[in-house]
Design a protein around this ligand. Sequence first.
Ligand code: NAD
Length: 497
Amino acid sequence: MTFEYAPAPESRSIVDIADAYGLFIDGQFVDPADGRTFPTVNPATEEILSTVAEAGQQDVDRAVRAARRAYEQVWGPMSGRDRGKYLYRIARLLQERSRELAVLETLDNGKPIREARDVDLPLVAAHFFYHAGWADKLEHAGFGPAPRPLGVAAQVIPWNFPLLMLAWKVAPALACGNTVVLKPAETTPLTALAFADICRQADLPPGIVNILTGAGDTGRMLVEHPDVDKVAFTGSTAVGQQIMRGLAGTSKRLSLELGGKAANIVFDDAPVDEAVEGIVNGIFFNQGHVCCAGSRLLLQESVADEVLTSLQRRLSTLRLGDPLDKNTDIGAINSAAQLERIHELADSGDAEGATRWTAPCPLPDRGYWFPPTVFTGVTQAHRIAREEIFGPVLSVLTFRTPDEAVEKANNTPYGLSAGIWTEKGSRILWMAQRMRAGVVWANTFNRFDPTSPFGGYKESGFGREGGIQGLGPYLDSDVVDHEATVRIGFGVTEVAR
Ligand code: NAD
């Protein structure tokens, strides 16, 4: 049975988008030295939302100088207790302005308002609250009696969770006493610029947080700047490798959060309805623009048909359309370029012999859209089983035994996350011990918490964000802890490796 819903659009009047934005350097919005700008577009309508500055070399120099001065004169010498107060203040402002920020994120990114409001923004505030608590307790975090900050952190983030990725980067860096220069993705700069305004509202002293908008060239200039001590990058594996090559031979510290091709594994004893919800959440949350998305579904052969039938029935009820409508499940693809990449990879699935099924939902005339899609008959050699699609496309494979499930799940150059659906606790632990993935979810998927470390193995990168482990990459200490996390339902169990 399908339900009809009347439109329930969130008002955008709460958001005040300026016609143009400068760069946020040393506590001020300033024009870029060479005057270059680019537009940012609402992917659901193709409407130009604003024009933002494109930072060049002089701007990068200026921002890094501001961050260095703020580090040496203000933030570095400040007590952890006082740093914590600023972070708490920022966290409260993020909460106060969360509706505005959620609408802004939805406009600039295309994600459903329900997700921006209920997932992104609560987690953004939670990351600042959590790290505010650490600021005056770092000597008790297991990094020695007097861990020191590294200095100036250059941070580059992608477009899929713009403000949340900013929070994952900025909150631990500041809590540990570093100053930052952050570059948001070129298609989603607006919430980072709103965050700059929040820093001013919080009276954060100038230079501690600097925001440089721009594209890949700006990012490259920033991470290669000689006066940067630490580089933190989240984005594609190809760019991560490029950055690593560029930094080789320097003393800069580096952490990389890269792509993924996670296996979501359903055993024959799993509760089917719950597993189906988990599969949907695993790959269709945020249009599949999720690095840890469960993009490879591994079904035990004996239940494969039953799960697939239920999944298709469930996908047929998803509502795709206006991201500002509170009923919308599937929003817009973030950019024309990303839509093209999804089409290209999905077409390769057809060409290589997999069978495509598409949810029966009409697509709006304007904007960038891709319907929820499931490929069956996928083999491990297919591109759609090996390459990250970063869109609402699920590749389904089958297995017979737990050993085969492990073998197939780990047969990927990536290692960011995995999901296990089974009734047996012993099987969860047996599987989790064998999964080469930074996060293993059990009977749940895509569940995040600032207290829990997140990060990859193999080509998914190194370094952890969140939890005590996420402080290490911002401290001058040799203690680096790689742990995997097993989440069972709502509880969290940590498995040391
Ligand atoms: P991308 O690598 O193209 O871009 C990411 C960021 O890097 C952008 O801000 C971009 O402007 C910048 N950039 C591009 N070239 C650069 C260079 N040479 N030097 C420095 N910066 C440069 O990735 P994307 O398409 O924006 O994001 C999607 C990717 O991000 C996916 O692969 C996804 O898996 C990954 N991702 C990973 C995580 C994680 O935590 N592991 C989280 C979110 C996204």
